[in-house]
Ligand binder design. Structure first.
Ligand code: SF4
Length: 338
C-alpha cells in the first residue's frame, strides 16, 4: 500500500461545484458504462460521462478504456500514481494559501531586499508528511517551487505580482453536449478538473497542467498535451465559464521530467490560436469513435495478431497495462484454459 499525503482539509474531488442546478442534474444522470436507451430507476434517460482521462485512455486503447471505465476494474495503485497525487495535493494547498495579505507581505519583503525571508515564507506553504516523502515527491516539488519563485521575482520586477497568483486552483468544470453517431443522438456530460488557471495580463487566461511523469520533447508528446488542454478549453467554453474566458494560452509543467529516461524537467506555454484548431479536430475524432464503441458495444484492442513482434505496443501501452492478463489481444485466458 502506498502512502498518500494531503494537507488540504478536503480532497478536491470531494468539493463538488457546479455552475447551476441543470449541470448538477446532468452530472447525476451521467454514467461511464452508458448503453443506448439506458435509463435510471425513475425511467430518466442517462448520459455518457466523458472526462479528459476517458478520452485519453480510449485514445491509447479502446479495450483499456472498456476495462477501466465501462467495467470499472480498478488499476493497481503504483508509486508513480501516488507521487502524482501527493504532489498535486501539496501544490493545490500552496495556491490556496496565497491571498492578498501574503502578496502584500511578499512585496514588502522584496522591497526591503529580504529575498531569503520571502522565499522562506513561501516554502512554509509546502508541508511535508511526518518522516518525509517516500516517492521522490520532494525532488519534483523542489523544482516546481524554484520555477514559481523565479516567476515571482520576474513579476515583482515587472510590477505585475497580482498576475503571479493562480486565479483558478483545481477548477472543476461541467458541461453538457449531444452528438450524433451512426444515426443516433447521444447525450453527453463532460467533467474536468483544471489544475491551475492564470491571467495572461491582457484580459485572457492561461490553462496550466502539472505532470509528475517524464517529459520528452517530441511531436507526439506535444500533441498529446495539446489534446488534453483543448479538452479543458472546450468544456470551459461549452459551460460558459465566462470568468475564465477567453483562453488565450495553455501550458504544462513537468518538474520531474528527467525520470525514466526523460529529457529534463521542463515547462512550456503556448498561444492556443492556431494549435487549437488541430487539437479540436483530434478531440472530435476520438470522441466520435468512443461514442460509436458504446453504440456498437465494440471496444477493440490496440494490439492485435497482425502486429509485428517488434510493435510499439509491447512496451507502450501494453507493457504497463494493468489488464494485460485478461486482454484477448495477448491470448492469456485462452492459453490458461487449454
Ligand atoms: S494489454 Fe494492450 S491491447 Fe490489451 S487492453 Fe491493455 S493496452 Fe489494450
Amino acid at each position: 500500500m502506498f502512502k498518500e499525503f494531503n494537507p488540504n482539509e478536503k480532497n478536491f474531488t470531494d468539493e463538488a461545484s457546479y455552475l447551476n442546478k441543470e449541470l448538477e442534474n446532468s452530472y447525476d444522470s451521467s454514467v461511464y458504462n452508458w448503453k443506448p436507451g439506458m435509463v435510471d430507476e425513475d425511467g430518466k434517460m442517462l448520459k455518457l460521462r466523458i472526462t479528459k482521462s476517458t478520452l485519453t485512455t480510449y485514445k491509447f486503447c479502446p479495450r483499456m478504456y472498456y476495462y477501466q471505465y465501462v467495467l470499472g476494474l480498478k488499476q493497481e495503485p503504483t508509486e508513480a500514481m501516488t507521487r502524482g497525487t501527493n504532489v498535486h495535493n501539496v501544490v493545490e494547498y500552496f495556491w490556496k494559501q496565497i491571498d492578498e495579505d501574503v502578496l502584500k507581505q511578499l512585496t514588502q519583503l522584496l522591497d526591503e531586499d529580504k529575498h531569503m525571508t520571502a522565499k522562506g515564507i513561501l516554502r512554509e506553504f509546502m508541508p511535508k508528511p511526518e518522516g518525509g516523502f517516500l516517492y521522490d515527491e520532494d525532488i519534483c516539488l523542489e523544482q516546481w517551487f524554484t520555477w514559481q519563485w523565479l516567476r515571482l521575482l520576474i513579476c515583482y520586477k515587472d510590477n505585475t505580482l497580482e498576475h503571479w497568483k493562480a486565479v483558478g486552483n483545481e477548477v472543476e468544470v461541467h458541461a453538457m453536449d449531444e452528438i450524433e453517431v451512426e444515426g443516433q443522438k447521444v447525450p453527453l456530460h463532460y467533467k474536468g478538473f483544471i489544475d491551475r488557471i492564470f491571467s495572461d495580463a491582457n484580459g485572457g487566461f492561461i490553462l496550466m497542467e502539472l505532470k509528475t511523469g517524464k517529459w520528452v520533447n517530441k511531436p507526439y508528446k506535444m500533441s498529446s498535451m495539446r489534446f488534453e488542454m483543448e479538452f479543458y478549453k472546450e468544456i470551459l467554453m461549452k459551460s460558459q465559464h465566462m470568468e475564465f474566458l477567453p483562453v488565450t494560452h495553455w501550458g504544462w509543467e513537468y518538474p520531474y521530467g528527467q525520470i525514466n529516461g526523460g529529457d529534463k524537467a521542463d515547462w512550456i506555454v503556448e498561444e492556443t490560436k492556431r494549435l487549437s484548431t488541430y487539437a479540436s479536430r483530434s478531440i472530435a475524432n476520438v470522441r466520435k469513435k468512443l461514442v460509436a464503441s458504446h453504440v456498437n458495444d465494440d471496444f477493440p484492442t490496440v494490439h492485435s495478431d497482425k502486429c509485428k513482434s517488434t510493435c510499439r505496443h509491447l512496451s507502450n501501452p501494453c507493457g504497463w497495462c494493468s489488464y494485460y492478463d485478461i486482454c484477448p489481444a495477448w491470448n492469456k485466458i485462452k492459453e490458461m484454459t487449454i
